[in-house]
Design a protein around this ligand. Sequence first.
Ligand code: KIV
Length: 299
Amino acid sequence: MSHVSKTNNVTIPELQRRAAAGEKLVMVTAYDAVTARIADAAGVDILLVGDSVGNVCLGFENTLPVTMAMMNHHLEAVARTRPHAFLVADLPYLSYDLGLEEAVRNAGGFIQRGAQGVKLEGGAKRVPVIQALVAAEIPVMGHLGLTPQALHRMGGYKIQGRAGKDAVELVEDALRLQDAGCFCVLMEGIPADLAARVTRELDVPTIGIGAGPGCSGQVLVFHDIVGLGQDQPPKFVRVYMNAFEQIRAALAEWGEDVRTGSFPAQQESYLLPKDAKESLDRWHPANPGAPALLEVLGA
Ligand code: KIV
């Protein structure tokens, strides 16, 4: 386990103060050192090592196969970059449902690996686990609405909270999460007016994804923003570039340069010093007096 402790980066009090002052918070997923460095350089406030790593990077159909070992591996890569952004890691499916002790051990392991908070999915039924984590000084971000780990119960990735009773339940769940000690509540895939109402009811910040503009902040999946995600991104995604096409074109151009012999050129090659070149040119297997090739090369 790599133990990373950070100083001088975004903190919970700062996030809460800025949200209370009406400043929108910016959160994005990061799954490795490259995406973490890019997102941090772009000035995001919160990095999320999401369990979406399963479907975005690891080729799974959904987040359910993601394990603690996988999450730890990706969190460690992100944490090693020591981002300025506040760092949150997602507790994966079954990592916080099999007893409070195991949940604290798993979430505490994230903190020891450099996360500053953990995120878990679900409403009022998660209150005991949230309280146990908070008691162990582990900051918790709640996650309500469309919760991908409940994919089968929801019958697919469907917008939640549309019926009156579900909308009311979601507001009540959000209040329960706040009372249990969540420092922030993320809402996914719910009507914009419901998310705005929750945001007004809570004292802690809210982060939305597919939840309209009325939240304290927004999160998207890194790969979706840059065009490395699904062919048909969901309605709530705004795609800012087609990185898939740009990267494909760059690789195809390089492949063509290799095939035509124009890569590598002199500027991409190392040359022998003049005297070594002369010795090498003099050397021939039939001339035993000449220095050996490896000697000439300094090996
Ligand atoms: O894992 C994830 O990417 C999430 C999203 C809500 C951002 O939890």
